[in-house]
Design a protein around this ligand. Structure first.
Ligand code: NAD
Length: 259
């Protein structure tokens, strides 16, 4: 068990990469605090665990755009477990569209969840990490942080911000023995990507499967990732196997950014 008894806080655990990560960390012995705004999905994640894994898991509602929610999640973790070993800042949203017609409210949502949500999640945990002088933070960036993606300019800008935030925080926390890294998934088969492809299919009047093929062709491996293949990268960063890694980004993109 690679994260046995590591106190792990994970946002956006109701589906997709968050759910796959929660289930992997459960198998690997973590003590978890899992959160999301989607309580039905979060309950489903919880229900997929064994009784023993459930006993080490707390689920709670937390909207990462609301500082009070995030503070409450971190405070509850400390109250229950006395420390945080791993913080996985996973909650995220995507909105797709041309910039000239991109609704302001969609850009606000992207900024609030992907950028400010990342900040709030770290902000309330950092004092504990500094006090402990141990632990690790893993953020979710994207291929969209590294390269341009058609009709994703607004989303790209928020994921590039996550990379910058991660690097800056890594410097601030290095003296406290706390590592901070990001993961950049490529096209990963989750509800987020499915809705992204669905929206593009509608906007362009092209069948879903054709857009899916375009995405599959982006990575040199010619297929989407299973969310479990991203979860294993997150797990690696959480363990001492990555003990000399900070301020780095782990690209799990099926070769997309090597083109
Ligand atoms: N799927 C991909 O292809 C892909 C690629 C690159 C990066 N990512 C990133 O990986 C992360 C996970 O993506 P996913 O594909 O699993 O997405 P998903 O939509 O399948 O799951 C995201 C989860 O975040 C939750 N969430 C949304 N807004 C929230 C909020 N305000 N507060 C708390 N939770 C909230 C959702 O309810 C959902 O459970 C995101 O940060 C995403 O940007 C995904």
């Amino acid at each position: 068990m690679r994260v046995k008894e590591k106190v792990t806080v994970l946002t956006g655990a109701a589906k997709g990469i968050g759910r796959a990560t929660a289930l992997l960390f459960a198998k690997e012995g973590a003590i978890q605090v899992l959160s999301d705004v989607d309580m039905d999905g979060l309950q489903e994640t919880y229900d997929l665990m064994s009784d023993e894994e459930k006993n080490r898991t707390i689920i709670m509602r937390c909207d990462v755009t609301k500082p009070d929610d995030v503070k409450n999640m971190i405070d509850k973790t400390i109250e229950s477990h006395g420390r945080i070993d791993v913080l996985i800042v996973n909650a995220g949203v995507v909105r797709v569209g041309d910039v000239e017609t991109f609704p302001d409210e969609d850009y606000d949502l992207l900024i609030n969840v992907n950028i400010k949500g990342t900040h709030y999640t770290c902000k309330f945990a950092v004092p504990y990490f500094k006090k402990q002088k141990s632990g690790t933070i893993i953020t979710l960036a994207s291929v969209a942080a590294h390269i341009g993606q058609e009709v994703h300019a607004n989303y790209c800008s928020t994921k590039a911000a996550v990379l910058g935030y991660t690097r800056g925080l890594a410097l601030d926390l290095a003296p406290y023995n706390v590592r901070v890294n990001s993961v950049s998934p490529g096209a990963t088969d989750t509800p987020m990507l499915q809705s992204d492809v669905g929206k593009q299919a509608k906007d362009r009047g092209i069948p879903y499967d054709e857009i899916k093929k375009e995405f599959e062709a982006q990575g040199v491996m010619g297929r989407w990732a299973d969310p479990k293949e991203i979860a294993t990268g997150i797990l690696y960063l959480a363990t001492d196997d990555a003990s000399y890694m900070t301020g780095a980004d782990l690209r799990l993109d099926g070769g997309w950014t090597t083109r």
